[in-house]
Design a protein around this ligand. Structure first.
Ligand code: ZN
Length: 262
């Protein structure tokens, strides 16, 4: 089996603030992206379907996964109808304490008041081929908070979603993609079957099911650029980038300590 693209989107909307532009894609461009994915012969799966089929040796020849993080209301307004028309399954990871509220954790002031999906919105996605996964309670950097806080964020978000939707929640996505060995262990222990990270490369067939690599799709990615990306898988992440990631975690931990001491 070869590697596969797991695409990560955040917002599909007609308007967005300038600082958030990287994370938001126009609905018409999103529809073009889906056409590219389909025309290249990819078979889209939900994350849990992928993990199950990978374990069972029953994957289609060219699988691809479309994922969304956060749970913004623009998903049900713009993305879900386009996905439904294309018949492509997808996976949405929801910040559960923000359901029916706003994206108040974002550092961009203009984006903090954007509406998130309601419980009714989420329920209507269930029958449309959208898998619903958890993305923590409040979107913290899980690898720099205490194990106790991380366990609550990971475990309680699953229970919150299961209670609200009356379904089994099997997959988790680390906020910002930040995870560590300890965070992976907690996620396994919290009853999930899989978890998505962000590594800006294709996912390898032997990726840990609790650290699946995803590619962030920039809001300005044209259909031609997506096609080029999907025809030419990026190389495995070089070691230097992994070292830089660990150094960045140390910096974030130090910053957090300083903020708490202030
Ligand atoms: Zn997120």
């Amino acid at each position: 089996m070869s590697c596969l693209p797991i695409l990560l989107y955040h917002s599909v909307d007609v308007t967005t603030s300038e600082p958030y532009r990287r994370w938001s894609i126009q609905p018409s461009l999103f529809a073009e992206h889906l056409e590219v994915i389909s025309s290249l012969g990819f078979d889209c799966l939900t994350v849990s379907d992928y993990v199950d089929r990978r374990a069972g040796g029953a994957l289609p020849p060219k699988p691809a996964l479309i994922t969304f993080d956060d749970g913004r209301a623009d998903f049900s307004e713009h993305a879900a109808p386009i996905l439904a028309t294309s018949g492509m399954p997808s996976t949405m990871y929801v910040v559960t304490a923000a359901i029916g509220r706003t994206s108040s954790w974002l550092p961009i002031p203009e984006e903090r008041t954007k509406p998130m999906m309601t419980w009714a919105d989420l329920r209507s996605l269930r029958s449309a081929g959208v898998e619903l996964g958890a993305h923590s309670l409040s979107h913290p950097e899980l690898d720099v908070i205490s194990s106790k806080q991380a366990r609550r964020e990971i475990s309680a978000s699953r229970e919150h979603l299961e209670d609200g939707l009356d379904l089994a929640v099997r997959s988790f996505a680390y906020p910002h993609g930040y995870h560590s060995r300890s965070v992976i262990k907690i996620t396994r222990e919290s009853g999930y079957d899989s978890a998505c990270a962000v590594k800006d490369r294709w996912s390898e067939p032997d990726d840990d099911a609790f650290a699946l690599s995803r590619l962030i799709i920039d809001g300005g990615t044209t259909a031609e650029q997506l096609e080029s990306l999907l025809r030419n898988p990026p190389a495995r992440q070089p070691r230097e980038q992994r070292v830089l990631r660990l150094a960045w975690r140390t910096t974030r931990r130090a910053k957090r300590k300083l903020r708490r001491a202030a």
